[in-house]
Design a protein around this ligand. Structure first.
Ligand code: CDP
Length: 580
């Protein structure tokens, strides 16, 4: 499709344009840029609109739809996940960010998984694996009479292989490694990241069961089960294991935990098997060989600040268009393995979520750690989930339901038909939020002022624009104030800032762990898949604080938790001047 010459301009910041040029724009053999940012968005819009040709019924002309998709992205109201931006309309054509691969208990299956992961990383996707089916270290190997190496030593091979393959030529592959709490090697797994740098290409999570949690509560033992024989091979005290989990998370942030039974309670297609793992950042539980593409709506573009409201109608329209976009992505994507193509096309999972939540709260002058923020969070996500499902129903009428629908939980309860087995997921939006110029996912801002190291080692101070404008309107945006904000990153205890503003302009470190967790739970209530969130804790946080957060996550219906205690690792991506 020819790019029209009257397309509206992009509303990208300088930083966004830099990132786009460096990581997303198509490059020639000498590394020269082959497209402008505008051409990039048109390439994506046109490729995704072209999927419509597969269907007889469509309410749009291809050109009109491409324009709508273009506008949605160019105005920074919505972005699909990075692989879609990088690869749509290119030869590679792999558009999904999230994959889960099975790891079977044989040499062939283990090394197949390593090879498949390499193919996925090369195409820009991230992989999650459960290692729970592998026999324990030191158990017998039938064919040789020798002993098995166990999941942890294989994890190291996966990690090394990942090191050598760059995702889409731009970033190193990301992985999630999961082990069930009743696997005989669980203690070693919990401790494996004690040494800094160990398994650096993996996030690790322990899969907890409801039965295990009940035994923690009762201070009882629980059985360790050998994966091949399904026989009990030992017992551990649940509370001791839980305490060890808490201790390791306190020391290094790793491993996290996921609540496996709860994830499977929400499995929309249990007839196709159990969910054993999630994607690398934990927000997308998937079946073996399943992939999912994500997309995020930038809520800060829907603030009606003078009315202290959201533009609900605008949001509805964007959600419907975004669902059509993401469903088309499934058809436009070229998956690296036929098993993946089959599994994806059976369920057609998509994950629409949000970013810019903290910005929206700033714009509406609502404190992140307030009841009002929690209830607005629930209201917004309830709205998005309902509208996304309604859009998926509309698509089912046009194109038919997802093929596994009849035997899915929706089919059995006559709830559909839907075009997609899931529609909502809240992603971290690590790079997308930079492109959109907004806060990431549902996270609070890390600081009101960032020190950014630019390429030649120069340091630039960037103050949050909503805060800056609020200070200017209140007549207190003095250089002294801005300098102090740059130094501290937070204004909670700053007398130069009016009281009501101090409460509104809170940052990750001002907010206690419980408020972080309650926000995650509020969004989880209305999200089909899971919610990416880091519960940030101050350096002084105790192990008891982490235990409390874990327990609250369990009680509040979260599907997993990740905590991070400030300064517990020697290398940190973001910092304010004082924490340097
Ligand atoms: O913002 P962007 O679309 O780049 O990604 P994100 O929202 O931060 O992460 C979403 C998902 O993309 C992760 O959970 C991974 O499945 C995948 N990802 C990856 O494979 N490698 C990375 N370096 C970052 C993300």
């Amino acid at each position: 499709m020819q790019m029209p010459d009257d397309l509206p301009d992009l509303s990208l910041s300088e930083n966004a344009e830099l990132v786009l040029r460096k990581r997303y724009v198509r490059k020639g053999p000498e590394g020269e840029e082959m497209e402008t940012p505008q051409e990039l968005f048109w390439r994506v819009a046109a490729a995704i609109a072209a999927s419509e040709t597969a269907y007889e019924q469509t309410p749009f002309s291809q050109e009109a739809l491409a324009r709508r998709f273009y506008d949605l992205m160019a105005s920074c109201r919505f972005f699909p996940n990075s692989p879609t931006l990088m690869n749509a309309g290119t030869e590679l054509g792999q558009l999904a960010a999230c994959f889960v691969l099975p790891v079977g208990d044989s040499m062939e299956e283990i090394f197949d998984a390593i090879k498949y992961a390499a193919l996925i990383h090369k195409s820009g996707g991230g992989t999650g694996f459960s290692f729970s089916r592998l026999r324990a270290a030191d158990s017998r190997v039938g064919s040789t009479g020798g002993v098995a190496s166990g999941p942890i030593s294989f994890l190291r091979i996966f990690n090394t292989a990942t090191e050598q393959v760059k995702q889409g030529g731009t970033r190193r592959g990301a992985n999630m490694g999961i082990l069930r709490v009743d696997h005989p090697d669980i203690l070693e797994f919990i401790r494996v990241k004690e040494r800094e740098g160990e398994l650096n290409n993996f996030n690790l999570s322990v899969a907890l069961t409801e039965d295990f949690m009940r035994r923690v509560e009762a201070d009882a033992e629980y059985p360790l089960i050998a994966p091949q024989s399904e026989k009990e091979v030992g017992r551990l005290r649940a509370r001791e294991v839980f305490t060890l989990l808490v201790q390791k998370a306190w020391e290094s942030g790793d491993p996290g935990i996921i609540f496996l039974d709860r994830i499977n309670r929400d499995n929309p297609t249990p007839q196709l098997g159990d969910i054993e793992a999630t994607n690398p950042c934990g927000e997308q539980p998937l079946l073996p060989y399943e992939a999912c593409n994500l997309g995020s709506i930038n809520l800060s573009r829907f603030a009606d600040a003078p009315a202290q409201e959201l533009d609900w109608e605008g949001l509805r329209e964007s959600v419907h268009l975004a669902v059509r976009f993401l469903d088309n992505v499934i058809d436009a994507s070229v998956y690296p393995l036929p098993q993946i193509t089959d599994q994806v096309k059976r369920n057609r999972k998509i994950g629409l979520g949000i970013m810019g939540w903290a910005d929206l709260l700033y714009q509406l002058r609502i404190a992140y750690d307030s009841r009002q923020a929690l209830s607005l969070g629930e209201k917004v996500m309830d709205f998005i989930q309902k509208e996304a499902r309604s859009a998926s129903k509309d698509l089912a009428r046009e194109r038919g339901p997802f093929p596994a629908y009849a035997d899915s939980v929706f089919g059995k309860q006559n709830l559909g038909p839907y075009r997609n087995a899931t529609t909502t997921t809240i992603a971290p939006t690590g790079t997308l939020s930079i492109l959109a110029g907004c806060s990431s996912g549902i996270e609070p801002l890390f600081a009101l002022s960032f020190v950014r190291e630019v390429m030649d080692g120069e340091r630039l101070v960037e103050t949050n624009p909503i805060f800056r404008q609020a200070m200017e309107e209140a007549g207190c945006a003095s250089q002294r104030l801005l300098d102090e904000v740059a130094r501290k990153g937070t204004v909670r205890d700053m007398e130069l800032v009016p009281d009501d503003m101090r409460n509104v302009f809170v940052t990750a470190m001002d907010i206690d762990g419980e408020a972080h967790l309650r926000m995650q739970a509020a969004f989880q209530k209305y999200t089909d898949n899971a919610v990416s969130k880091t519960v940030n804790l101050p350096h002084e946080a105790t192990q008891e604080d982490i235990r409390h957060i874990y327990w609250l996550a369990y009680e509040q219906g979260c599907k997993g938790v990740t905590v991070y205690r400030d300064g517990c690792k020697s290398v940190q991506v973001l910092s304010t001047e004082e924490s340097r």
